[in-house]
Design a protein around this ligand. Sequence first.
Ligand code: BGC
Length: 955
Amino acid sequence: MSQQPAIQVLRPTFEQHHDGFGIQFSRPRISWRFSCTDEDVHDWEQCAYDIEIRNTDSNIIQCVHIESQDSVLVPWPEGCASLKSRDRRQVRVRCYGTSTVGSHTVDIAITEWSEWSYVEAALLDKRDWQAKLITPANKISLNDDGSARPLCFRKCFKLPDGEKIARARLYITGHGVYQAYINGEGVGDQCMAPGWQSYDKRQHYQVFDVASALEASEENVIGVEVGPGWYASALSWAQRRFTYGDELGTLAQLEVTSQDGTKTTICSDNTWKSFTSAITSSEIYAGEVFDQNIGRDLNGWNTFTAFNDHSWSAVKTSPRPTATLISPNSAPVRITQRIMPAKIFKSPSGKTLIDFGQNLVGRLHIRRLRKSTGKVIFRHAEVLEHGELCTRPLRGAKATDTIICNGDVLEDWTPKFTFHGFRYVEVTGWSSTDKIEPLTPRSLFAEVMHSDMQQTGWFSCSNEDVNKLHENARWGMRGNFLSVPTDCPQRDERMGWTGDLNIFTPSANFLYDTAGVVGNWLEDLYADQMDESEFWKKGVVPFVVPNCIRKHEADDPFWNPTPNAVWADVAVMTPCELHQTFGDIEVLKRQYESMKAYLQDGISYGEDGLWDEQQWQFGDWLDPSAPTNDSGRGRTDGTYVADAFLLHVTNLMSFISSTLDRPAESKIYSTTHQKLQKAFAHKYLTAHGLIAPDTPTALSLALHFSLIPTTTQRRHAAARLARHLLLNPYKIPTGFAGTPSLLQALTHTGNIDLAYALLLEKECPSFLYPITMGATTIWERWDSMLPDGSVNPGSMTSFNHYALGSVVAWLYSSVGGISVLEPGWKSFLVRPAVPRHGELNNAEVVFEGRYGRVEVRWMLLDTSVEGKVEKNRRVSSEFADVEVQTFRLVVLVPPNSRAKVVLPDRQKAMYLEEGEEKEEAGVWVGSGRHVFDCLLAKGGRPPRPMLPPWGEDPY
Ligand code: BGC
């Protein structure tokens, strides 16, 4: 068989796991991507593959040949033994496929082998756990403010004499967040482990390879430091502590195999000891206090030599955790970047301030500090107001780290169990005039912390402000994907608000590989949705997941899960988005009962089958015209918004059921959808195409979710939408719910230029206004900072919320022009919406899909197709008397996938067409690089604002 070296099979991956080490699967599905190194090779399609699985212990290799075109999530080969707990295998793949080279069809040829990947099973059976969760024998110590004092746990042990270590694994978790040490060395590079989950139902543990830290034949020490983390810190605006329990602890199992096969297992049990840490307090919102005096006493606590633990206390074992222990797919939280201070300066009142030049999420890293006595205090905030640190938007979050100094040199210090959302830091007790160790820009830096997902999306275009908008959304995503997808990272919330993620998922899925983090979060959603209580009905989707704001008592200041659209619709919309992006049907299977329960019990229905109007809704949250402290009272009635989403998710359910091969259920949902369409039309729609809430959000949702039955009505609705935007020229008129649909609705109703006019507007409220104000992340409100530089007086004002970054999905799908057709990007659409008035001259998107790298670049050229400068009139009779320009499109399609390309001169206003009319003349292309040109008429008249005869008000 001939070779096809131009097609490379990239290293296989397993399930949606971030690296294959410590997976909770016995027969992990395998995927591989491709790349192609030869521009002449096209249309490569896989027809078969070989998988080799090597047992590195026995050196037995199994090779399996499978006739299949699948390369995403293929089953663990039949005939290959399932992985048992701790089993490790190497896996590699090569593929057979056909292609065309130049103009020749190449018969089946074989690729090189991919590189080997490792896969290792975690502890797959509950009975593998011999360790017990330990907590102090006496009640944990509390600080004056009621917070739990962080703890250290420690155990000395000796490994067998005379034998080298062949393998060592630490399986570990905590009640609280923990950092483990072996012989003084920090284990792994994760932060805030085990992350945040619905700990009462699903608890994550981590797996570390610790062989290199252990000493054979010697005394060793394992130490685990535990802070309250999400388990026990004050959470939510009501700052409730001990949401999951009041005993901080750890569950640790260290398994060591010597080269002669001897196994030693060190388990957390009642032979360990504990002591309060030199971190005297640490909470998520409050920040951390570190006492150097205690640090001196505890020096070397996690090493064997020179440390005496006689004064340490006993521990007791606990029957918890009762939750299922899981080694998650999701990427762990890590430090992914360092940022040096942009400047250190004095505020008008004389405070020392550091500006990092970027609003980020993470922590400070102090390189070196030496101060004889007193405290050094770091307060964090996102913005300045009147030149001073502005902490009001943080509400109850103190976001303050403190070092109590004792004259010793402190090197490479960071707070351990907290994080802050900040661009600015105010420093007290340390300044540039200090004699011993003055504060300089080299004394410290910021560490950027988030779930370390793989970046998959890149966007750029000829407008730098738009590029900045994209970059700000990416920063917003980084900061708000910290173990769970959150609303914001700075104030007394930082919770998994369901609506925010629902709105942002399509954008998130372009930017980063969210399959692990969001897939895992959805499992928590289902688990918490199934909670039962006297206060709410099972099946209702909580507002936040993990649900840390549920009521425990009737007079708690917390929120019961209450039916609420858009937020709760995440239960259907987000799994569907994940399935489309990552091609993993398991997410639909896993979440199906959650979706059904939501539609059955999580909605308060009115008599007509739409939402009960008595039910309060967040609606089009943060519509710019909503009152500052009443963000749900925008111009579009909340029930209307809820109904539009209900129709959409009911339709999705019909699609999902049929995807899952449940035709009867699919039928029921499609019948319900038809009934709802009628009820919706009856309630809201005029025969002409006007809609009862006559607002841009109402019209955009109706067009985008296909809620308007006839072409004529849709034309009128589209015209009405355009009219709104021309009457209040180009200002954003939508909140969380309407924004993702607004530009889509314009683009697909033939108002591309208007969509660009909105994109490029700079006056408030607009996408680019924050950029004119120096924003480096996406703000919660369109005007979190007012034009005069003051901070919005609203009690809810964050400078880092991803929800309004939902425009990113439009940048990729309409400006760049790529969107998924078959799940996993097996096939995709290339259909850039090109502006005609020079708004942009080019755009470029790159997306790492499940088959490989998708690239699309387009540019408008003043040259003709042949390359002659023809600045120009006349090219064909079609363009007689119009100025034309050449549109050039370069598309890279990854091997084993296809794309449908629709050039701008063939595009239709899709939302306006019906049936066959909707079909656009596109070209299907296989893998490889493709170049297309077409001529486009320049311009016509750009959209003109509808102003009164006197123009702008002169006064
Ligand atoms: C959060 C939001 C959330 C909203 C709903 C806010 O406090 O920050 O983003 O969706 O509450 O009420």
